[in-house]
Design a protein around this ligand. Structure first.
Ligand code: IYR
Length: 229
């Protein structure tokens, strides 16, 4: 990317300074909340295609996220190939079979009951895109030597949140899918062993008959998630 070892501290004026009057701020906050509340994790997708340029712009939004030391310790693989999607589904279902047969542990499997999840993952082949998120424990200078990344899970989590919001904003649905373990994704997608697959985002259009588990819409009230001192 850039020769990280040569970067110097160079403060520039804040670009895009935003200065909202309080009433605009209030309106913007309320409208964004209403918009984000329309995001639902979807498991029933159509095979309607989605332009690659839409996916690319959503990935650029993810790439704009803050990260430890600005190292941007992420890589995204956007899969549209039906063959690769089928391979991912096959491998994921092998892991899910072990998980739901007891590998996940009684408590975890019980916790998933209200979500109605199971071994079959047809959405992995129906949806037009699978975006696989990888976390990079270290980066490489141009000469191949390594540098350490910082706050990797936090940074990748924030970027993935940006990505989910960007996909929703573009009118797309998605599902965060985490087969366990996920290391098979490195081999299938040709990513180095130093990268950790974090999740698969299944992306596309929700089927007109799509359902969501009722419990998924129970959100904690403000008093439970916010303390003001
Ligand atoms: N990976 C499994 C199990 C699963 C785990 C969690 I945590 C979920 O929120 C949902 C499912 C599956 O995808 O079925």
């Amino acid at each position: 990317m850039f020769a990280k070892q040569d970067l110097k501290f160079d403060p520039i004026p804040l670009p895009d300074h935003i200065d909202m009057p309080p009433e605009d701020m209030q309106k913007a906050a309320v409208e964004f909340l209403a918009h984000m509340r329309k995001r639902h994790s979807v498991r029933d997708f159509t095979d309607q295609p989605v332009d690659q340029s839409v996916i690319e712009n959503c990935i650029l939004t993810a790439g704009s996220a803050p990260s430890g030391a600005n190292h941007q310790p992420w890589h995204f693989v956007a899969v549209k190939s039906p063959q690769i999607k089928a391979q991912i589904r096959e491998a994921a279902e092998v892991e899910e079979e072990k998980f739901y047969a007891g590998g996940g542990g009684d408590e975890w499997i019980k916790a998933l009951e209200p979500l109605g999840t199971g071994v079959d993952k047809p959405h992995l082949t129906t949806a037009p895109w699978l975006i696989v998120v990888f976390a990079q424990r270290h980066g490489n200078f141009a000469d191949g030597t390594k540098f350490k990344n910082y706050y990797v899970p936090e940074s990748v989590g924030i970027a993935t949140g940006f990505l989910i919001a960007a996909l929703h904003n573009a009118g797309l649905s998605c599902l965060t899918h985490t087969p366990n373990p996920m290391k098979f994704l490195n081999g299938l997608l040709g990513r180095p062993p130093s990268e950790k697959p974090v999740m698969i985002l299944v992306v596309g259009h929700a089927d007109k008959d799509a359902t969501v588990p009722a419990v998924a819409k129970l959100k904690k009230p403000l008093a439970e998630i916010l303390t003001v001192k």
